[in-house]
Write a protein that binds this ligand. Structure first.
Ligand SMILES: [Zn+2]
Length: 301
């Protein structure tokens, strides 16, 4: 069973919005493409995994912290015997292995994913030990892309390629659910450590006044639209939603980009480029947020 489904990472969600409200160039564009590629790789991995682990508990995309050390895990599976950690890499192209490192064809060395997985494994082990659980763990790095190859790689049972996944999952999944209750309990304890508000330190440095204002279609990102009294229809792709929903969706984009800025009617009115009246914005915000009065201003949380 899946106890925590997979979401896009915060960085990915932020880039999704910045992609139509800002101009992504250079390193930002490369980061965004990496996010997309990583998420795609994880989704392919999820499909491989789906028929197995029926009697185990799966936690996707955890953000964890042990002291000052923050770390992410792509997939954690609590089986009857062990806790399995998977780090999924969607690398493509030809690489070669030399002295413990991976090199691309153009000679660049990449961070050893085994080191990354080992670090996550140790940190999770220690975190749970602090809570009174002594885990038996195993970690794996999965190179999910069939177009990835690496020369001179010594055999290592912690490295998995797509053609090995089915037999691997068969060998590690729990065949019966005798201890389902304990597994679920342990998985819930691990899930308690997940930080939903985690924000990476290396987010792009965007400012409110640099971003494009308006309401963007969630399907095609166009701002061209036509309205009836309650509904908004995209003129480019035909997507239809209520006007209230389009305002709420835009205010959520704002909160994602500026989590520390209090939401006010005026701010969202500006954010949506005065597309609808302040009265309508207030109505939309009131429906999904709790309003707080401080001095002359109302803000929404
Ligand atoms: Zn559209």
């Amino acid at each position: 069973m899946i106890l925590k489904p997979r979401d896009k990472s915060i960085t990915h969600q932020i880039y999704d919005v910045l992609n139509y409200r800002w101009t992504l160039t250079g390193q930002h564009r490369r980061d965004y493409l990496n996010q997309i590629s990583g998420h795609k790789g994880e989704s392919v991995f999820d499909e491989y995994m789906a028929p197995y682990f029926k009697h185990d508990v799966v936690l996707n995309g955890l953000n964890l912290k042990n002291g000052n050390a923050e770390f992410q895990t792509d997939t954690v599976v609590v089986t009857a015997k062990r806790v399995l950690l998977y780090e999924v890499k969607n690398y493509s192209g030809a690489y070669h292995y030399r002295d413990g490192s991976f090199y691309s064809e153009s000679g660049y060395r990449m961070r050893n994913p085994l080191g990354q997985a080992d670090r996550a494994d140790s940190l999770l082990y220690n975190l749970m030990l602090n809570r009174g659980y002594q885990l038996t763990t195993a970690f794996y790095v999965v190179f999910i892309n069939p177009n990835f190859s690496i020369e001179k790689l010594p055999p290592n049972p912690a490295l998995l390629f797509p053609n090995q996944l089915h037999s691997h999952f068969r060998s590690v999944a729990t065949p019966h659910n005798d201890q389902k209750h304990q597994q679920l309990h342990l998985a819930q304890e691990i899930l308690k450590l997940h930080n939903d508000d985690y924000r990476p330190h290396n987010l792009p440095d965007y400012r409110f006044d640099e971003l494009k204002k308006g309401i963007f279609c969630p399907k095609c990102f166009s701002t061209r639209h036509t309205d009836t009294r309650k509904m908004r229809t995209c003129l480019k792709c035909g997507h239809i939603e209520t006007i209230t929903h389009s305002i709420q969706r835009s205010s959520k984009e704002f909160s994602l980009l500026f989590p520390d800025v209090p939401l006010t009617t005026n701010l969202i009115y500006e954010w949506i480029a005065h597309m609808y009246s302040k009265r309508r914005v207030r109505y939309a915000l009131k429906a999904i947020y709790q309003s707080c009065l401080t001095g002359p201003r109302t803000y929404y949380i």
